[in-house]
Design a protein around this ligand. Structure first.
Ligand code: ADP
Ligand code: MG
Length: 728
C-alpha cells in the first residue's frame, strides 16, 4: 500500500500533458453541431412541422401526435446522418445525476433483416422501470412503472453514438419523480405571474423568461492519487489528512496562470461543450489549489439546468482522458475553500426588458423596483424553504462554515438600491406621486435617478446578492442540480407576484389610480420584508444573533432544515408546482439520501481507521519499540538510556493514545449507527445521523491527522494533501 502511494505520486508528477484534437474551424462553425436546434429542425422538418414545433416550444402549446411523428422522422434522419445508432430518454431522477437507458434504432423489417426505426410514440413517451429510482413512497412496489415524456423546450442532442431526448419523469399516477417536472411548472408559474404584473407597465409583454447563468466550481486531482484514496473514491471527499504546510495562504492560485495539463483539459471540455450548444464563456483558477471554475453565458432556466447537468457529466468524462478525476463535492479538502455553484438569476420579457435592470427614467425604475421589492418579499416569506432547497449532507460543509454563505438566507442589495427603497418607504404618498399630464406618473422620491452601479460594491458573504442586473443565489452546492434552487426561487417569486397583483387590483377597484395602488402596496412590502435585507458581514457572530432576532430561519441541522418544505407558506408557494403529497415525498427522499451519505462516510472512515491507520501506526510503534529495547540492551536502565530513548518513549505513548482513541471512537460510531439504522422514520433517522453519527468524523479525524504527523512518512499509506493538491 505504501508502494501504491509512492507509485501514484511518481506517476502524477511525471505526467505529460495530453494533447487534444482541436477542431480546425472557428467555434461559431461547429457550435451546436450535436444539437437538434432550430437550424437542424428547419433543415430536417417540413415547413409545416417546423412551424408547429416552434409553437409548441415558444408558446407551450400541446403537441399533436401527427407532428410528433413528423418530428421523430426528421430527428432520426438527422441523427443517422451523424452516425448515431441508439436513442435514450434523458431525465433527472432525484439523485445527483441523470438517467438514461439506451435502445438501438433497429427493428425487424419482417423479412429477416433490420431497419432503423424511431417513431413519434417513442419520442414522446416511454415507460422506464421506476422502481430503482428514489420516489419517497410515491411509487407503490406493485406499480413500478413510471413515464418519461419529451420536453420539447430543451432540444435533443447527441452524446457518443446516442441521441438523447430530454424528458420529464413522472409516476404512473402522475406525481413528479424528477427535478425537471417541477422546474418547468415553476417557470410557467413565474412567467404567468410576472407577465400579469408587467401589464401594469407594458401591456405588450406576452412572456417573461427566467434566466440562469451558473458558475461551476470544481477540483481536479490526478487519477493515480485519487485511486490511492479510498475515501475520495467512495465519498467524493477526504475524510482525513493533515493540512498541507502550504495551501492557499499565499493567495497565489486565484486567477493565476492555469497549468498546461489543466488548460488542455479545459480546452477539450470546451470543444465538447460547444458542440452540444453550451455557451461556455469563462474559465479560471479558483481560490484553493487545484480548484477551478467555468461559467457559460446565461440561458433560459430550463436549458441552463440541462446544460449544467450535461457539463458535469462531460467534465467527468473529459477529466479521465487527461488522467484527472474531477471532484464536484462541496468540500473535498479540509482547511481550504470548498466549491459552490452560484446561480445568477433574472427575469426578462419577450420584448427585451431585463426586469432586474435599473432603468433610465422614473417609469422604468418603478418597474425595476416593483420586481426587486417582490423578490425581497418572496425571499423573506420563504427564507427557510429556500435554504432547504440548497441544503444537503455535502453542502453542509460549506454553509455556515465560515467561507461560503452563512446558513441564514438574507439579501444583499448594495447601497444604491437600499437607499432608494429607504426613500420610497419613508416618503408620504402625497409627496411621492405627482401626476405629469398624460405622460404618466412620476414619483417624488428623488425622481429615482438613473442608477449607476459600482460593481465593486459586492458582498461575498451574502447568500443572495443583487449584482447590478440579476440576483446571485450563491448558496447552491457545486454538486447539486440547480433545478432545486431555481424551482424554489421561481415558485416563491411567482406566488408573491400573484399576491401583489391581488392587492394592487383591490386598491384599483376601490378607486385608487394604478400608480397610487402600486405605490401603496410596494411600500407595505418594503416595510414587511425589511428584515431580509442585510448588507453587512454574513460570517460574523453578530449577524447570527441579529438574524435570530429578526425572525429569520437560523436552523443549521440539515434534516431539520428540510421541515421548511412542508410549512404552510411552502405549501402555498408550491401550489400548482408540487402538491403536499409530492413535497412530503421529496422530503422522504432527502432524509434518506442524507442518512445514506453520512452512513457511507461513516463506514469508510471506520474501515480506514481500523485497517489502514491503526496497523500503520502500530507498525511504526514497533519500530520505535525495537529501537528502545536495543538501546536498553546496550545502556541498560541507566540515565543515558533514559536520555537516548526519551523521544521514542514519548512517541510510543502518543501513538498508543491516538490508536486507542481512534479504536474506541470507531466502535462507538458503529454502535451509534446500528441504533440509528433501527429507527423507522426517515426524518428521525437522519436527525440521529446528523446529531450523533456525524460528530464522530471530526473527533476521529483529529487523532488520525495527529498520527499522520508522527508516523514515518515512508510507512504512511494514503497520499497526503501536499501530494494531492498541487498539479504542476
Ligand atoms: P462573476 O459573478 O464571477 O463576476 P460573471 O460576470 O462571469 O461572474 O457572470 C456570472 C454569470 O452570470 C454568467 O453565467 C453570466 O452569463 C451570468 N449573467 C450575466 N447577466 C445575467 C442576467 N441578467 N441574468 C442571469 N444571468 C446573468
Ligand atoms: Mg458570480
Amino acid at each position: 500500500m505504501t508502494k501504491l502511494r509512492f507509485d501514484a505520486v511518481a506517476k502524477a508528477s511525471s505526467r505529460k500533458p495530453v494533447e487534444v484534437d482541436a477542431p480546425k474551424e472557428k467555434t461559431s462553425e461547429y457550435f451546436g453541431s450535436k444539437v437538434f436546434n432550430r437550424k437542424a429542425m428547419a433543415k430536417y422538418l417540413s415547413e409545416e412541422t417546423f412551424k408547429a414545433l416552434c409553437k409548441v416550444i415558444d408558446k407551450g402549446e400541446k403537441m399533436d401526435r401527427k407532428i410528433a411523428e413528423h418530428v421523430a422522422a426528421g430527428m432520426r434522419m438527422w441523427a443517422l446522418e451523424k452516425g448515431v445508432t441508439h436513442y435514450t430518454h434523458w431525465f433527472h431522477p432525484l439523485t445527483d445525476g441523470t438517467a438514461e437507458k439506451h435502445d438501438a434504432f433497429v427493428e425487424h423489417d419482417g423479412q429477416g433483416g433490420m431497419i432503423e426505426e424511431f417513431s413519434g410514440k417513442i419520442l414522446a413517451q416511454q415507460e422506464p422501470d421506476a422502481s430503482s429510482f428514489p420516489s419517497g413512497g410515491l411509487r407503490n412496489t406493485f406499480e413500478a412503472r413510471g413515464y418519461s415524456a419529451w420536453d420539447p423546450s430543451s432540444p435533443a442532442f447527441i452524446v457518443g453514438d446516442t441521441l438523447c431526448i430530454p424528458t420529464i419523469f413522472i409516476s404512473y399516477t402522475g406525481e413528479a419523480l424528477d427535478y425537471k417536472t417541477p422546474l418547468l411548472k415553476s417557470i410557467a408559474a413565474v412567467n404567468k405571474a410576472a407577465t400579469d404584473v408587467c401589464h401594469y407597465f407594458h401591456p405588450d409583454v406576452s412572456k417573461v423568461y427566467s434566466f440562469l447563468g451558473w458558475e461551476q466550481e470544481y477540483f481536479l486531482v490526478d487519477e493515480a492519487l485519487f485511486a490511492a484514496r479510498p475515501d475520495l473514491a467512495l465519498t467524493g471527499r477526504t475524510l482525513m489528512s493533515h493540512e498541507s504546510a502550504k495551501n492557499q495562504q499565499l493567495e497565489d492560485h486565484y486567477f493565476g496562470s492555469i497549468p498546461l495539463r489543466v488548460l488542455l483539459f479545459m480546452e477539450e471540455l470546451e470543444f465538447e461543450a460547444y458542440k452540444l450548444g453550451i455557451p461556455i464563456k469563462t474559465r479560471h483558477n479558483e481560490v484553493a489549489p487545484n480548484q477551478f471554475e467555468l461559467a457559460p453565458i446565461y440561458e433560459e432556466c430550463n436549458l441552463a439546468v440541462d446544460h449544467n447537468l450535461l457539463i458535469m457529466s462531460l467534465m467527468r468524462k473529459v477529466a479521465r482522458h487527461h488522467n484527472f478525476r474531477v471532484l464536484l463535492h462541496e468540500k473535498p479538502f479540509k482547511g481550504i475553500n470548498g466549491s459552490g455553484k452560484h446561480n445568477n438569476w433574472s427575469l426578462g420579457t419577450d420584448t427585451g426588458i431585463n426586469l432586474l435592470s435599473p432603468g433610465k427614467n422614473t417609469e422604468e425604475n418603478l418597474l425595476f423596483i416593483t420586481f426587486v421589492v417582490n423578490i425581497l418579499a418572496a425571499v423573506h416569506k420563504n427564507n427557510g424553504m429556500l435554504k432547504a432547497s440548497i441544503s444537503s449532507a455535502t453542502n453542509a460543509h460549506r454553509l455556515g462554515a465560515n467561507e461560503a454563505p452563512p446558513a441564514i438566507i438574507s439579501v444583499f442589495l448594495g447601497t444604491e438600491v437600499s437607499n432608494i427603497l429607504d426613500k420610497f418607504e419613508n416618503s408620504s404618498l402625497e409627496d411621492a406621486i405627482v401626476a405629469i399630464g398624460k405622460k404618466g406618473v412620476s414619483l417624488g422620491v428623488g425622481q429615482i435617478p438613473e442608477i449607476i452601479f459600482d460593481n465593486t460594491d459586492r458582498n461575498r458573504t451574502s447568500p443572495f446578492a443583487f449584482t447590478g442586473n440579476r440576483f446571485e443565489f450563491r448558496a447552491a452546492g457545486s454538486s447539486a442540480n440547480c433545478a432545486s434552487a431555481m424551482t424554489a426561487l421561481n415558485a416563491s417569486v411567482a406566488e408573491q407576484l400573484r399576491v401583489f397583483k391581488v392587492e394592487v387590483d383591490a386598491l384599483i377597484q376601490n378607486g385608487k389610480s394604478k400608480q397610487e395602488a402600486l405605490y401603496q402596496v410596494l411600500k407595505k412590502h418594503i416595510k414587511e420584508s425589511r428584515v431580509i435585507r442585510f448588507n453587512g458581514n454574513g460570517y460574523s457572530e453578530e449577524w447570527k444573533a441579529e438574524a435570530a432576532k429578526r425572525g429569520l430561519d437560523c436552523e443549521t441541522s440539515v434534516p431539520v432544515i428540510y421541515d421548511s418544505y412542508t410549512s404552510t407558506q411552502s405549501i402555498k408557494t408550491y401550489e400548482g408546482i408540487l402538491n403536499e403529497v409530492e413535497l412530503h415525498a421529496r422530503n422522504e427522499v432527502k432524509w434518506e439520501t442524507y442518512t445514506k451519505k453520512i452512513q457511507i462516510e461513516s463506514r469508510v472512515l471506520g474501515d480506514l481507521s481500523l485497517n489502514h491507520i491503526i496497523p500503520v501506526a502500530i507498525q511504526y510503534q514497533s519500530v520505535l519499540l525495537k529501537n528502545i529495547s536495543r538501546l536498553k540492551e546496550i545502556y541498560l536502565d541507566s540515565e543515558k538510556f533514559q536520555e537516548l530513548a526519551k523521544e521514542q518513549l514519548r512517541l510510543v505513548e502518543k501513538i498508543s493514545y491516538h490508536v486507542n482513541s481512534i479504536n474506541a471512537k470507531a466502535h462507538q460510531m458503529k454502535d451509534t449507527r446500528k441504533t440509528a439504522n433501527a429507527i423507522e422514520s426517515e426524518r428521525e433517522k437522519a436527525i440521529v445521523y446528523h446529531d450523533e453519527v456525524a460528530p464522530f468524523f471530526d473527533s476521529i479525524r483529529y487523532h488520525i491527522d495527529k498520527l499522520e504527523l508522527i508516523v514515518d512518512n515512508e510507512m504512511w499509506t494514503l497520499p497526503k494533501y501536499r501530494e494531492l493538491l498541487f498539479i504542476r
